[in-house]
Design a binder for this molecule. Structure first.
Ligand code: COA
Length: 472
């Protein structure tokens, strides 16, 4: 069940990409070098509490030392039964791997809600040197602290060449949707210095699963400072956010990870469309393919100077009702999708400088809004490069085409992104995205992004095209 990130996949038409696995990952894969080293040294480290203590250390000590660290990790994983691999997650109400074979299990909540009065009222214990804090992201100082923690410690690619660099404005947008709870923005500080060393967040969302609307938390931005890794702090963070979610009478959650945990509802792939191939090659995000020259590559990825669809323009506040109607109708096709109302669309889709871009197609004849597309801005720091420090990436968000062909709409999205100086446009193979990826010269990444539901079982693993959800 452990993913590998060994293969390098060729971009179609020659551009060779190492980038897929770099930027596709929401987290470092469990079998990548950093995680593997963590596991090999686990026996030397203190753990936060016993219920989450890793049991794998004795097995790790007996493996053959001639193997590489990656091979060792894989060998150990293979010799362990699945249930031994996830000491924390096997205690949680999530689909377990063994349940996949059990047709008698019904869809829906795994555990029923309990009365709020029975929810643990005080926070989980942290090691003595640390304390819980609620992070007020509307405070510039706190937002800067969170930004610094994430920009130095959040998700990196396997080879530590790139690290996600969510902007402060992005974090405020991502964490302040309608009805958000301040108490779900959770930090851990060192008591003595007050330094922020860990973070996790939840935001409320209404999710439709088949015909059921379920109140959920979307959990994101789990981050533990590099110096505090593999001390079983992550399970405590996850339990604490879960407790605070329960206190609001919400019992389900959605989240994504680059690692395989019990048990994905679907596993998606990122695709990448070069907008600035020269820079992507310079920074090692992509490579020139065999038989390709730089000038042929530049020609291959060249785009028109401006969008081609008549009536294609930036979305405005007055478009919110029409965009909401289009989006709601579109999302009904998918098994799992958010249940967006106008307030949600105003928050999540309306353009916000350097955070989210959205365009509508307004019919030149009757001024009806027939289509829209959107993407969000998530740069990555380029680590240790002499001239470039930031890779500017656009991520496809929600797109609906009812009149303009989806391929044409998404080509206009590429052109709009290029006009805004993005280096690369990324898209998952969710919703109907597969229908435009190859034609628009996206190349597949080789990392996976796994989607999960907490305390909600689906009978079958979904195809990515059955999922109507993009988490940031
Ligand atoms: C992800 C991160 C917080 C995990 O912390 P850690 O110190 O490596 O791991 P810990 O010892 O605290 O905890 C290990 C447990 O957390 C689980 N875990 C690790 N990453 C996880 C993730 N992204 N989501 C949920 N659980 C995760 C592990 O599976 C393990 O539980 P298990 O024994 O049941 O399998 C840390 O590696 C980190 O900050 N990484 C960079 C940012 C990142 O990848 N964030 C996640 C984005 S999806």
């Amino acid at each position: 069940m452990v993913q590998t990130h060994k293969t390098r996949l060729d971009f179609p038409l020659g551009l060779f990409s190492a980038a897929g696995r770099r930027l596709t990952l929401c987290c470092t894969p469990i079998n990548s070098k950093p995680q593997t080293q963590v596991r090999l040294t686990m026996s030397e480290k203190g753990s936060v509490n016993n219920d989450t203590k890793d049991q794998n250390t004795s097995d790790l000590e007996i493996v053959n030392s001639d193997l590489t660290v990656d091979e060792l990790s894989r060998e150990v994983q293979d010799t362990l039964s699945v249930s031994q691999r996830h000491k924390f997650w096997e205690t949680q109400p999530v689909g377990q791997f063994k349940d996949l074979r059990d047709a008698s299990l019904s869809e829906g909540p795994i555990e029923p809600p309990t009365p709020i009065s029975e929810v643990k009222q005080e926070p989980y214990n942290l090691p003595n040197l640390y304390e819980w804090v609620t992070c007020d992201l509307s405070s510039a100082d706190t937002c800067a602290e969170v930004y610094n923690l994430l920009s130095n410690n959040y998700v990196e690619d396997d080879e530590n060449m790139f690290r996600f660099n969510y902007s402060k404005e992005f974090l405020q947008w991502a964490l302040h949707p309608p009805g958000y709870y301040k108490t779900w923005h959770i930090g851990v500080r060192v008591k003595s210095s007050k330094k922020l060393v860990a973070f996790i967040t939840g935001i409320p969302a209404r999710m439709r699963v088949r015909s059921e609307i379920v109140s959920m938390a979307e959990v994101n931005f789990l981050c533990v400072h590099k110096k505090l890794r593999s001390k079983r702090l992550a399970p405590v963070m996850i339990k604490e956010v879960t407790r605070r979610v329960h206190l609001e009478n919400i019992w389900q959650a959605a989240y994504t990870a680059g690692v395989v945990l019990p048990t994905p509802i679907t596993s998606c792939q990122y695709w990448h469309r070069s907008l600035n191939p020269k820079k992507l090659i310079d920074v090692g995000f992509s490579r020139l393919g065999p038989r390709m020259t730089m000038s042929r590559t530049l020609k291959l990825y060249k785009l028109p100077d401006s969008p081609v669809t008549p009536g294609f323009r930036k979305m405005e506040l007055r478009d919110v009702p029409a965009v909401t109607r289009l989006l709601r109708a579109y999302l009904l096709q998918f098994v799992v999708a958010p249940d967006f109302d106008e307030l949600d669309v105003e928050h999540w889709i309306l353009p916000k400088e350097e955070v989210v871009d959205s365009y509508v197609v307004e019919s030149p004849e009757d001024h009806e809004i027939t289509d829209f597309c959107s993407f969000y801005t998530l740069p990555s720091s380029i680590l240790g490069h002499p001239t470039h420090s930031i890779l500017k990436a656009a991520y496809s968000y929600y797109n609906v085409a009812t009149k303009t062909p989806l391929v044409q709409l998404m080509n206009d999205a590429l052109i709009a992104a290029k006009q805004k100086d993005f280096d690369v446009f990324n898209a998952l193979d969710v919703m109907h995205n597969e229908t435009f990826l190859k034609e628009l010269k996206y190349g597949p990444g080789d990392g996976k992004l796994h989607y999960y539901l907490y305390n909600y079982r689906l009978k079958q693993i979904l195809r990515p095209s059955e999922l109507g959800l993009v988490l940031l």
